[in-house]
Design a protein around this ligand. Structure first.
Ligand code: G6P
Length: 462
């Protein structure tokens, strides 16, 4: 039983879902069969029955939410408190007692709906920050199923995360799982330090912790991509019409690409600023490069997002105004989603991939960019030190995204890098991507979740 806030129910043609989390989970579920449970994405003021859609081995069960629930749970606590705090942004955190209460109320509602589907031997895998308290509610209702939780976003250090409203309740909710997974070692360290500071659990060693007589495991499970499949898509994308149009419009210029949801954690404004700084300091690069930033809008109902959307647009406009020419637009800034195949082809056409979030759980664009490259003439990944992916992809050009000049220098270095160095760095990164695909991620998590010893402490162990 997989649980996540977004459930990409396939269309009638059964086409696979887009997006990192969705693609990863779809691959896992297709192999094993099971249920995927969460929000329908729709508003309904009446309590409507669960909507169940069967597609082969996978059934999708989704429920509507009322507007108030969405405002308080999703647009409120999840995206104005948990998201900024987990991304180290206390300056953007909004604390509201209504939103906090709404988050817990909606989680209890989801737990009640999920309970109607559960069988005693179901293994439940819950995803992301929307559903932290779900296990606690299910346990209160008497469910002793194996329950795992995976956080796709970072976990901030104690001094930052303890600013979260209802911090202790959130933290103790995580101790109700059998396995708590994070993207990186850094997140695991931050989280376990919180447990220690609050004296909420006892360290049993080897990643095992005990709280209230239950043992749970905490570990890092860095998420991967379908490396070979994505590579294949990139190879085949040369016939894709969007990719052909893009290539035709490039003439002999180098392409630099950035692809992100329009989110302040992604550092998009800072990235465009670094690109502008590069054009300022290296006039020989003018008219030689085009920066394509593909950025579908996201969470526009959240005020902090709306404000940032204006700032990014202003930065792109300012850069084009200052450096552009009648026959050259330095920044092509696009607010629409592009299909997975087209993206794969665009990555392959780009000499430089810019993945420079200010903070990110993993960032699968970094991995997809690398997987898409031609081994004989690969592009260069410029990657933020603050993306989880930097732990594995340390052969990228790692940058501090807050340092505009250093990032500008890294862009030039990437554009001028010798073929030999490009190949060497790419090979090292590809080896990591092949040894840790999304299948490994899923199998590793499931192995720990299903094989860990029963959660009750043996007698005399207290
Ligand atoms: C991040 C989160 C996911 C979320 C996605 C899209 O990747 O980790 O849980 O689904 O963003 O955000 P949205 O608010 O549109 O679901």
């Amino acid at each position: 039983m997989v649980v996540s806030n977004r459930v990409p129910v396939p269309s009638d043609s059964g086409s696979p879902a887009a997006g990192g989390l969705a693609v990863a989970l779809n691959a896992a579920l297709q192999q094993r069969g099971g249920f995927w449970f969460g929000w329908s994405g729709n508003v309904s003021e009446e309590e409507t029955p669960l909507q169940v859609h069967d597609f082969g081995r996978v059934s999708y069960a989704v429920t509507d939410l009322s507007q108030r629930d969405i405002d308080e749970y999703y647009a409120g606590f999840a995206n104005r408190a948990l998201w900024p705090v987990c991304h180290y942004r206390l300056d953007l955190t909004e604390i509201s007692a209504n939103d906090t209460a709404g988050y817990f109320r909606v989680n209890e509602f989801f737990a009640r709906r999920l309970a109607t589907l559960l069988k005693p031997d179901d293994v439940i895998w819950i995803h992301d920050y929307h559903f932290i308290p779900l296990a606690a509610y299910l346990r209160q209702m008497g469910f002793e199923n194996r329950m795992g939780f995976f956080l796709h976003i970072p976990w901030a250090p104690y001094d930052v995360s303890s600013a979260l409203p209802a911090y202790q309740t959130v933290l103790s909710g995580l101790t109700r799982y059998d396995v708590v997974g994070f993207q990186t070692r850094r997140d695991v360290e931050n989280f376990t330090r919180c447990l220690e500071q609050e004296k909420m659990a006892r360290d049993l060693g080897d990643g095992r912790w005990e709280a209230d007589g239950r043992v749970f495991k905490v570990d890092a499970f860095p998420i991967g991509i379908e490396t070979d499949l994505f590579r294949q898509e990139a190879r085949e994308a040369k016939s894709n019409s969007l990719v052909r149009r893009m290539r035709a419009s490039m003439e002999d210029k180098h392409l630099i690409i950035g692809v992100d949801r329009l989110d302040y954690s992604k550092g998009i404004r800072q990235r465009i600023e670094a690109f502008a700084c590069m054009l300022e300091r290296f006039p020989n690069m003018r008219n030689k490069v085009t920066f394509l930033q593909i950025t579908p809008k996201s969470r526009s109902e959240v005020p902090e997002y709306l404000k940032m959307q204006h700032e990014v647009a202003e930065q792109a406009g300012w850069t084009n105004g200052k450096f552009g020419d009648v026959d050259w637009t330095p920044v092509r800034y696009i607010n629409k989603a592009v299909s997975r195949t087209s993206l794969a082809g665009l990555y392959r056409s780009a000499r430089v991939g810019m993945v420079t979030p200010l903070r990110d759980g993993m960032n699968l664009v970094a991995k997809e960019y690398v997987a898409s490259q031609r081994g004989t003439d690969p592009g260069v990944l410029v990657l933020s030190r603050f993306a989880g992916a930097a732990e594995e992809l340390d052969s990228a050009l790692l940058v501090n995204p807050y340092d505009t000049e250093a990032t500008a220098n890294a862009i030039v270095r990437a554009l001028e890098m010798s073929l030999e160095e490009r190949k060497e760095r790419w090979k090292a990164m590809m080896a990591r991507l092949r040894s840790n695909t999304v299948d490994h991620w899923c199998a590793n998590f499931m192995a720990v979740l299903t094989q860990e010893q029963s959660c009750a402490l043996p007698k005399g162990a207290e």
